[in-house]
Design a protein around this ligand. Sequence first.
Ligand code: AMP
Ligand code: GLY
Length: 427
Amino acid sequence: MKVLVIGSGGREHALVWKLKQSSQVEKVYCAPGNAGIAADAECVDIGVGELEKLADFAEQNHIDLTVVGPEAPLCDGVVDCFRNRNLTVFGPAKEAAQLEGSKDFAKAFMLKYNIPTAKAATFESEVPAAEYVKKEFASGAKGIVIKADGLAAGKGVLVADNEADALAFLHGCFDGAFGAAGAKVLVEECLYGEEASILALCDGKTIVPLVSSQDHKRVGDGDTGLNTGGMGAYSPAPVVNDKVWEKINTRILAPFLKGVQAEKLDFRGVIFVGIMVCDGEPKVLEFNVRFGDPEIQPVLRRFDGDWFDVLDKVARGRLAEADLVWSEDPAVSVVLASGGYPGSYQKGFEISGLAEAAATGAVVFHAGTAFKDGKIVNAGGRVLGVSARGKTIAEAIEKAYEAVDKISFEGGFCRRDIGAKALKYNK
Ligand code: AMP
Ligand code: GLY
């Protein structure tokens, strides 16, 4: 089988790496890929936004399955474009992708199908939104969350603990800080608890969760500093204990499937449910219609089955027949980022120690890397995801950092506490 993966980040490297291990897969292509993906797949110079060109490539090269990584092409309708040409593709169609592409659409879906989530109101102009924010603080709210409705590359959300910050962000949204994505804004109740990421495969008939995971969104140790795309992740997330899983299945995933069917959404892909566990009660913070990055890295480190077979069955509406085989061993992935990230950063510094890191047994997934004069250099904010599996979470953490410490590039940094939250559950 020939597979095409669309995207160029750590998520896509992890997908390529796992797909390649399938005995059914003879060749993996990745468009556009990166310097690390190039070692595992043939990189194709087509951008993720060139939908027709991607479909042309799949047609001309007799691709058996295309897997879409990022949300932007999904929301732009890449899946519709492929399905119109009878090409097999993993991902939701454009209408279904609104579950990530519009927070207002997602919120309305959650309310309609009784999925537990934070209370919210949607506004299309600043004055009533600001009044709502003031009223919430006046009635004792300790915080408020402002969300630009559309896709804003992870920057469109502010969790504010005071009115001034909330109003300033709100003003920015309506003032064009996020372009059209901020023309509509959700003002949401702030939830307090511990976050976890639930990735579930769904083909419109069946919904099957993968193992749980937890991201580290803030740039600094101890969850301090600015929000990022994710500085590291581990799996499983102990906050998702058996009782919480039961609630996720019955109150979130089952109604989600019911909603997909009732709304006649063509959803053959993955739904990533960001949850907050508040006193044992899981509530939905957001839906994404793609694999979480870095979450998918430790999740796939724990997958011991045939990943091609699973994704292919989802794409063909036969998920019920798929066999998901998981290791009990936890896994961790630590992100190495460019100095200055998530603000501005310099690119083009040579990365050393990649072979030494791999020699420890870790798997190094590339995110923002490129070739320059035959060398691998940093080329994005998040550069690498260094992942390891262990008999315990403590062992996985130790192994991941052993590999991390072999790697260096000018300005490169990572959080030193990835996975630490899981340790408290073992005491
Ligand atoms: P979203 O893009 O909606 O997931 O928001 C990004 C991040 O903002 C989440 O991962 C949470 O850390 C935080 N967040 C979003 N909504 C809420 C909420 N209602 N209460 C507290 N934190 C939130
Ligand atoms: N790591 C969070 C995300 O993929 O959105």
